[in-house]
Write a new protein. Structure first.
Length: 157
């Protein structure tokens, strides 16, 4: 099960937000909150608030909807900052001219997922089949292709 929270139209550059989001990707929620508490970036408190919101969404689903969620085993599965609309501004310049500049806005999104007891990601079950059941097939196909390329390279020599 995945739990999301998003903050839209945040007055921070998406590039600067990504610097902080990259610090918490893949980490346990507790570790991510500690990291954000000691990060000296202006956007860090906003992201911490957003992460707490995602945890509360998980907590709500576990208590109200009857879904079994272990909040201690949650980790940050996805953390992204996308571009929002840009605010165009004008700064006075010498000799009556004007320079244009852009104030950027970010849409920040955090997605949490649950890890199993042994540290593995729990699979999403769709039709009694785990989500990553097709991964071995892809590896087998890749091996066949690479074997065919080796023969072709050997034939050229």
């Amino acid at each position: 099960m995945e739990f999301r929270a998003q903050a839209r139209f945040m007055r921070v550059s998406p590039q600067k937000a990504r610097l902080v989001l990259d610090l918490i990707k893949g980490r346990r929620v507790e570790d991510a909150l500690n990291t954000l508490a000691f990060t000296k970036k202006r956007v860090a408190p906003t992201i911490e608030k957003l992460l707490r919101s995602a945890v509360e969404n998980a907590n709500y689903l576990s208590s109200e909807k009857g879904i079994d969620v272990d909040v201690d085993s949650l980790y940050v599965k996805r953390a992204i900052a996308n571009d929002g609309p840009r605010m165009k501004r004008i700064r006075p310049a010498p000799m009556g001219r004007a320079y244009r500049y852009v104030r950027r806005i970010a849409h920040i999104e955090i997605e949490l997922a649950e890890r199993g007891k042994n540290g593995q990601v729990l699979a999403n079950v769709v039709g009694n089949e785990p989500a990553n059941a097709k991964a071995p097939v892809k590896k087998a196909v890749a091996k066949k292709r690479s074997a065919g390329k080796k023969k072709a390279v050997g034939a050229k020599r």
